[in-house]
Write a new protein. Structure first.
Length: 212
């Protein structure tokens, strides 16, 4: 019964990920066992992409009245002095700063804008989502070179009901969904670093209950 439920959950999440995945080239990553996995990723993971509910500090040089701290709205836009609606989601802070400079040129001579992200969530397609028997299931903003261990630290580890070595990562590769079993119990309880693996933007980590 639980195996069937897990399979259904994997299938459902795979469908959702296909709807939100971004088209792009493939990048090779290596897991803890030394195996190479090709993964689709259209965004340079070294550059942070702004997401809904991020908090941004917008600084306009020599114009303190135009400088402000704003949240990214659920519709993906921000409003700052003199610019009512500016798309922000999916841009790097530098890209957003250049776009704001373009708008502010109508009112300010040679504006220089700096955008600093003070609270991070990241765009939905880049978040890592953890469901099931984690202490704190949640969506996590992807960080460059994030590992499975980093993710488990963020969610507070496993519950006592978790079947850690039956956990699955669901990942989009070349427009298709792929599931990979990971050994969370070996990693967290036995300290087996070979069970660690690199995470990618958009990964879903599913942690099932134990059978007994």
């Amino acid at each position: 019964m639980r195996t069937s439920t897990l399979a259904m959950l994997v299938s459902t999440l795979a469908g959702l990920m296909l709807l939100t995945a971004c088209a792009g080239g493939s990048t090779n990553v290596t897991d803890g066992a030394g195996q190479t996995m090709a993964t689709a990723n259209s965004v340079d993971s070294s550059e942070y992409m702004i997401g809904p509910d991020d908090q941004l500090q917008v600084f306009v040089w020599r114009n303190p009245e135009l400088s402000t701290t704003v949240p990214v709205r659920p519709d993906g836009r921000i409003s700052v002095p003199l610019v009512e609606d500016m798309p922000a989601v999916g841009k790097t802070p530098a890209q957003l700063a250049r776009d704001l400079e373009g708008k502010l040129k109508q009112y300010v001579q040679d504006p220089i804008v700096n955008v600093i992200v003070t609270s991070f969530n990241g765009p939905f397609a880049q978040q890592i989502r953890v469901v099931g028997e984690a202490a704190k299931p949640q969506a996590i903003a992807y960080r460059a070179n994030m590992s499975l261990l980093d993710v488990m630290i963020s969610v507070g580890g496993l519950t006592k009901y978790a079947s850690g070595n039956r956990a699955v990562i669901v990942r989009q590769e070349n427009g298709q969904s792929k599931s990979m079993t990971v050994r969370l119990s070996d990693l967290l309880k036995d300290g087996d670093v070979s069970a660690n693996t690199r995470m990618m933007p958009g990964d879903v980590l599913i942690i099932p209950q134990s059978w007994f």
